[in-house]
Design a protein around this ligand. Structure first.
Ligand code: SIN
Ligand code: FE
Length: 302
């Protein structure tokens, strides 16, 4: 099946009528999401139960991490509270993780048995005015790539839900298609120093050995965030995700920035690019074609 042609930022958002996580009209959206669309479900809400309403509050954070996260084996990180409160917080995030899984199984039948769930998180902090370094500043357009968490080319598929009790939108910007963005920055990409990936891994600074793909993606992430001219002039569209809505995106592919909002749930899934409908649209393959060299082999197939 052909992948949809890459959309302009204004066309990247596609809305669907689903109201339920497990059942609904939408299915077989692999081509759209692989083509760089943001799948938007304005009527699909993650409902907080009555006793969970108070969890949309930064006070449950331990102050060290910017998210409260549930690791895949069920371990809660970054939260503080009594054992009973922590149990309820964990149950809430686990319910989101389950519903996100039900949703992706329905939307992407072609990925069944191939997606691997990563962390789920509650993100309780206000975005606007948050103090951070330019490299961690997600109000700048970027594709996701993390120094300590190399993906080695595995795809990052993310499900987000705005759960703001005050009803404010999560405000994003969406940028140009990955291939255009990568082509304009490719001349500035530098090959890593021999041995650098192994040294970082041995020092515990990267959880897995980075491949040349990870090096290229981290450079793209930093180059685009540091380029203020690109940030203001590049093609982009503003999108508001209302409280009570959900959206799904390959965040390693779609240029995105978050400008405002508070209280969001998120679940990450990993997918091997060879398990895509069209592996050629993966950032790994796009970058290999652009740079004319091999960028390592993705590993960790679910
Ligand atoms: C991100 O840049 O991946 C974070 C998006 C958000 O917090 O809305
Ligand atoms: Fe991001």
């Amino acid at each position: 099946m052909p992948v949809e042609t890459a959309p302009s930022p204004a066309q990247a958002l596609r809305a669907f009528d689903d109201t339920q996580w497990q059942d609904g009209p939408s299915s077989a959206l692999e081509a759209l999401v692989e083509g760089g669309c943001v799948l938007h479900f304005p009527k699909l809400a993650f409902e907080l139960l009555p006793h969970e309403q108070g969890f949309a509050d930064p006070r449950w954070s331990d102050g060290r991490a910017k998210n409260i996260s549930l690791r895949a084996p069920g371990e809660l990180r970054g939260a503080r509270g009594t054992p009973e409160e922590l149990r309820q917080l964990q149950a809430m995030i686990a319910r989101f993780a389950l519903q996100a899984e039900q949703l992706v199984h329905r939307l992407f039948p072609g990925y069944r048995g191939k997606l691997r769930a990563g962390n789920a998180s509650l993100r309780p902090f206000e975005i606007a005015g948050r103090e951070t370094s330019w490299r961690k500043d997600d109000t700048r357009l970027h594709v996701d790539a993390f120094p300590s968490n190399p993906t080695r080319g595995l795809r990052l598929l993310r499900v987000f839900s705005n759960v703001d009790p005050a009803g404010r939108p999560r405000q994003w910007r969406i940028g140009e298609p990955f291939a255009d963005f990568a082509a304009s920055f490719a001349p500035r990409l530098r090959r890593p120093l021999p041995g650098a990936a192994r040294a970082l891994h041995l020092l515990g600074l990267s959880k897995a050995l980075r491949t040349p793909y990870d090096e290229a993606m981290l450079q793209l992430h930093d180059l685009v965030k540091a380029d203020l001219d690109y940030q203001s002039r590049a093609p982009q569209a503003r999108v508001d995700f209302a409280s009570g809505s959900t959206w799904v995106v390959f965040s390693d592919q779609v240029l995105h920035a978050v400008m405002g909002g508070q209280h969001m749930m998120e679940q990450t899934f990993y997918l091997h690019p060879d398990d895509q409908l069209a592996p050629d649209s993966s950032p790994w393959r796009v970058l290999e074609r652009l740079l004319g060299r091999k960028l390592g082999v993705p590993s960790g197939r679910a």
